[in-house]
Design a protein around this ligand. Structure first.
Ligand code: SF4
Length: 378
């Protein structure tokens, strides 16, 4: 079967094998884009592009893992090391409420000075003050840190966090789930098997999870294919065993500007990003939603991504420190108006959604853009 037949197979709804996915990397971008967009139109509302109003909160930058690609973390002795107080976190949530958002994405470093009780008390504190707040927080890396600190298994830790108010565990820290690639970029980083083990535990408990991928470590088509097939297999398992699964897939490019990987890892061009995104759409046949990433490559590439398989524009991220510290595209957050403008200009109808991709409302772009109202959605 030639690569063009593989495209037909994917558009026809058939699952691709490993060698078929690999063959897609040799195809020109326009062919991949056309097939990926066709599959996106089949799977999601063809005219609509969704987005989410949310806020990132990085509760601590103290971290003992020390990934070479990370410019965000600090050792506990560094002057600008911080851990936010509960009150400071609540203030950030308050600001989110003022613009109509009800979801925080809260992640931080692996900080051994924070016991499990600190996390449990934080979740209870926030849920008490903001009963309708949705808290998607902590990555498999942070849960692994808590396993090491407490001697408890991820299942137990996650259960206790859920009882205290946790709604979901985003899938950060996936990067490329191939240990040879991870070993070079961050030897102490969570290993592939542990990442899947902890995500599996979260999915078994009914927690929201998100699948992600970061390209640009110097990995090739083989590693990218392995990553995508691993996520697809986990999605099959979660759907079948737990009637759960990843809510979506998000692709990012590695930012190395201010990190120790500068000059050592190649990063990824917009061309590579769009190609890998299209291949992801054709490979991940059990995912409905793919996000376009504007923080790493800017609004224009994110708009193009809407024709390479993505159906979602991500979120406002009112605050984001990890990508920006590493040298992102100069954007750390976007307003609703900006996101709506990008979606409309790209030729789609914007829809505000929740983290589970349920549409909440269709903002009126005319009112939003012409009357200059910044955030009239609440
Ligand atoms: S990426 Fe996460 S785990 Fe790695 S050093 Fe940065 S904060 Fe720590």
């Amino acid at each position: 079967m030639g690569p063009m037949d593989v495209l037909e197979k994917a558009v026809g709804g058939e699952r691709l094998t490993e060698s078929e996915v690999l063959s897609l990397f040799d195809l020109p971008l326009p062919e991949l884009a056309a097939a990926a967009h066709e599959v996106r139109l089949q799977k999601t509302h063809p005219e609509v592009v969704t987005f989410l109003i949310d806020r990132n909160i990085n509760y601590t930058n103290v971290c003992t893992v020390g990934c070479a690609f990370c410019a965000f973390y600090r050792t506990r002795r560094q002057k600008d090391a911080y851990t936010l107080t509960y009150e400071a976190i609540a203030e950030k949530v308050e600001e989110l409420y003022q613009v109509g958002g009800r979801r925080i994405l809260m992640q931080g470093g692996v900080n051994p000075e924070l016991p499990l009780e600190w996390y449990l008390d934080l979740l209870r504190y926030l849920k008490n003050r903001f009963p309708d707040l949705r808290i998607d927080a902590f990555s498999p890396e942070e849960i692994l840190g808590l396993e090491r600190l407490t001697g408890l298994r991820a299942e137990v830790i996650l259960e206790r966090l859920m009882e205290a108010g946790l709604d979901g565990m985003p899938g950060a820290g996936a990067e490329i789930l191939v240990d040879e690639v991870r070993q070079k970029a961050a030897p102490a980083r969570i290993k592939t098997a542990d990442w899947y083990r902890i995500v599996d535990a979260a999915q078994a408990l009914g927690l929201y999870t998100l699948a992600s991928m970061v390209i640009g470590f110097g990995e090739g088509p083989r590693e990218r294919t392995a990553h995508l097939l691993g996520l697809r297999a986990q999605q099959d398992k979660a759907r079948e065993k737990y009637q759960n699964g990843f809510a979506a897939f998000a692709l990012w490019t590695l930012q190395v500007e201010h990190t120790r990987l500068k000059g050592k890892a190649p990063g990824a061009t917009a061309h590579e990003y769009l190609k890998t995104l299209a291949i992801a759409r054709l490979t991940l046949d059990n995912f409905a939603h793919l996000q376009a990433s504007w923080p790493t490559l800017g609004f224009k590439v994110a708009q193009a991504a809407l024709y390479y398989g993505a159906d979602d524009f991500g979120s406002t991220m009112l605050e984001e420190n990890v990508v920006s510290a590493a040298g992102g595209h100069g954007r750390t957050h976007a307003t609703v108006r900006e996101i709506v403008r990008q979606i409309v200009d790209a030729g789609f109808r914007p829809a505000e959604r929740d983290p589970l991709y349920r549409i909440l409302r269709y903002p009126d772009p005319k009112a939003l853009l012409e009357e200059g109202l910044e955030l009239p959605l609440a």
